[in-house]
Unconditional design. Sequence first.
Length: 106
Amino acid sequence: MSRSADPHFPTMAWRLELGATALLVIDPQNDFLHPEGWYGANGVDISHMRRTIEPTRALVQSARAKRIPVIWTQHGFHNESDGGLFLEMRPFLAEGGLRIGTWGYQ
């Protein structure tokens, strides 16, 4: 596999040790990435996050083709009382962003 020819990163080849490698995809959720998600709908510039969608999709497809396990995470809250510092830093989420079981959490 090789890294994208992004001008910020050099292109480089790297080897995977099959059987000892997994791909971890962290928080690819609607509230973060979709224009109608909680971040985009509240005026947060999500363009830098949206740029990750297609490269991530390609990387997941490549990992699956090589039978590399893909592990997905989701970040969310039941309500504003369990958001702690995350919600203090992002008060716009207190009204409903990243709520477990919602479209935005998916």
